[in-house]
Design a protein around this ligand. Structure first.
Ligand SMILES: Nc1nc2c(ncn2[C@@H]2O[C@H](COP(=O)(O)OP(=O)(O)OP(=O)(O)O)[C@@H](O)[C@H]2O)c(=O)[nH]1
Length: 437
């Protein structure tokens, strides 16, 4: 069993996401004593008899928002059984955008609904986005169960509606768990609740600690977007030339053959350098400098890949876009595409279909793609890109679409058609792809 689980949360404003995350941190004792004191003091100042745990999250968030650019904060907590990295995304602004950023590496998504409201439009959209991103497992936390008097039939209705939607998106019953919780009171978050004797499943934390985790994408082929070419040319190292960056996927060891893309030239890895010395092996997530067996023409923006399993280098490809801008997308839009460390000009040459995540069907050849809509497009790039299919590699199969005039992010793009089920209005099943690593 893996000892690390990557989580993402999604819910609408006021469903209680901050309180739920605060409750997880609090009940797993992942909170520093001084943070806890501050929450107790602030809660008492507001005349509350119990601590407002959302302050644990919101307090940290407001500090973060002064930094402005970060949409997602990663919170770490651990129990004796497992460690967790939770991508926490603010609920209010540009919600889908944050969900996309936070969930692209998640192994499990926690969706929240308010028990009084049940499954709403945004729940269905977030579930579709998580399916699209290849998040392999979902939990629906039916929160505020205290406010419906811990009513079993209310919970069962919501659970059934959600499971049906998730099944239609390609999730098996064993990949979806629905839990009645009260983040405020603490029911079934970490501790089992006496208020829901009819619920026999695990608490949220028990589930997070025991859910099987697909291995981290270490087995996927090595991919390394070059960030800097390092040539110090000091008297001690007159010929030093290394390529620095962060490993996007896979593992590399000295002696392996690599190919530099798009040029296609090959070499062996001679050394893996880090500030702390040489490594015998380096893996996804690590920042390293590769020294090759001989000099090649490598520049920032190139991709170094293992030679025997390299991505295709293409200048035209199909992709799925999650449109994130107020300004709608129309065919023939001129944009920038940022893939790895490379940015190139591009055209969206065709808008092939739009996915209706409420009805789970697609509309062929739509005129536009509007804010938060998901669609299939064809893209042509000015420079060739070494791309993987998103269903094979969640890092090198993803890209951003950027507004060429002001640099804002317009869309999150996934290469190929990774949504596991897309039915067209004409009724034919278009694709069925596994959820990826
Ligand atoms: N009765 C009850 N109230 C809750 C529960 N969970 C949250 N609340 C309340 O619901 C309100 C919204 O909670 P927040 O945690 O701030 O919700 P949120 O808006 O989803 O959080 P953001 O992530 O900041 O968007 C607060 O007043 C909470 O105290 C619950 O389980 N039961």
């Amino acid at each position: 069993m893996s000892d690390l689980l990557r989580l993402a949360t999604a819910g609408s404003v006021d469903d209680g996401k901050s309180t739920l995350v605060g409750r997880l941190l609090y009940d797993t004792k992942s909170v520093l004593a001084d943070q806890l004191d501050a929450v107790h003091r602030a809660s008492a100042d507001r005349g509350l008899s119990t601590p407002d745990l959302s302050l644990l999250v919101d307090g940290l968030r407001s500090e973060r928002e002064q930094g402005i650019t970060i949409d997602v904060a990663y919170r770490y907590f651990a129990t004796p059984k497992r460690s967790f990295v939770l991508a926490d995304t603010p609920g209010h602004v540009q919600y889908t955008r944050n969900t996309v950023t936070g969930a692209s590496t998640a192994q499990l998504g926690i969706l929240l609904v308010d028990a009084r409201k049940g499954v709403i439009e945004q729940t269905r959209r977030h579930a579709a986005v998580l399916a699209l991103l290849g998040v392999p497992r979902l939990v629906l936390a039916v929160n505020k169960i205290d406010l419906v008097g811990y009513d079993e039939s209310n919970f069962k209705l919501t659970a059934k509606e959600f499971t049906t939607h998730a099944n239609a998106l390609g999730y098996a019953d064993s990949d979806v768990l629905t839990i009645p919780v009260s983040a405020l009171v603490g029911d079934n978050v970490v501790d089992r609740s006496a208020n829901t004797p009819w619920y026999t499943g695990p608490t949220l934390l028990e589930h997070l600690e025991s859910v099987p985790v697909e291995p981290d994408p270490h087995h996927v082929p090595f991919r390394f977007p070059v960030q800097y070419v390092i040539r110090p040319r000091t008297p001690e190292h007159p010929d030093y030339r290394g390529y620095a960056g962060q490993i996007a996927a896979g593992t590399i060891t000295p002696g392996e053959e690599i190919v530099v893309l798009p040029s296609g030239s090959r070499a062996l890895v001679e050394r893996i350098d880090t500030p702390d010395g040489e490594l015998a092996e380096a893996t996804a997530g690590q920042s390293v400098t590769l020294v090759l067996s001989h000099d090649l023409d490598v520049s920032r923006g190139d991709l170094i890949s293992v030679a025997n399993n390299a991505p295709n280098v293409v200048d035209e490809f199909e992709a799925t876009l999650c449109w994130l801008a107020d300004k709608a997308l129309r065919p023939n839009a001129r944009v920038l595409v940022k893939h790895g460390t490379k940015t190139t000009q591009a055209f969206v040459t065709e808008l092939s279909s739009r996915f209706d995540e409420q009805k789970l069907s697609s509309v062929e050849l739509p005129e536009t793609l509007q804010l938060n809509e998901i669609g299939q497009v064809r893209i042509r790039t000015a420079e060739p890109l070494p791309i993987d299919d998103y269903s094979v590699n969640r890092r090198t199969g993803a890209f951003l679409v950027i507004d060429a005039s002001d640099g804002t992010t317009l869309a999150a793009g996934l290469v190929g058609a990774p949504l596991r089920m897309t039915q067209t209005v004409r009724g034919s099943v278009r694709n069925s792809v596994n959820p990826g690593p």
